[in-house]
Design a binder for this molecule. Structure first.
Ligand SMILES: [Zn+2]
Length: 90
């Protein structure tokens, strides 16, 4: 039988438990690490309020004119997410 003091046993327990938690944390971070898609922030899919025309804007300015009806559009309000646009196409 190995004789260890109570304080040594507690230290061994804490190191073992901490090491296990750190190992699982590291593995979980590696599993959940998704490749980052580098989309240019200036590029956005927008939809006009008036004529519902959907178009891609590359300028990066906040206010854009609709290419069909020339309505002034707010980039933040008329922006539609890319996954929402894909769902509409189906
Ligand atoms: Zn329009």
């Amino acid at each position: 039988m190995i004789s260890v003091s109570l304080s040594t046993l507690v230290i061994i327990y804490i190191i073992g438990l901490g090491g296990t938690i750190l190992l699982f944390w590291f593995l979980l971070e590696k599993l959940l690490d998704t490749p980052k898609t580098s989309v240019a922030p200036s590029r956005a899919l927008l939809r006009c309020n008036i004529c519902l025309h959907t178009f891609v804007d590359n300028t990066g300015v906040r206010y854009i004119r609709c290419p069909v009806c020339s309505t002034l559009l707010d980039r933040q309000k008329n922006h539609i997410p890319a996954d929402a646009a894909e769902r509409q196409d189906e």
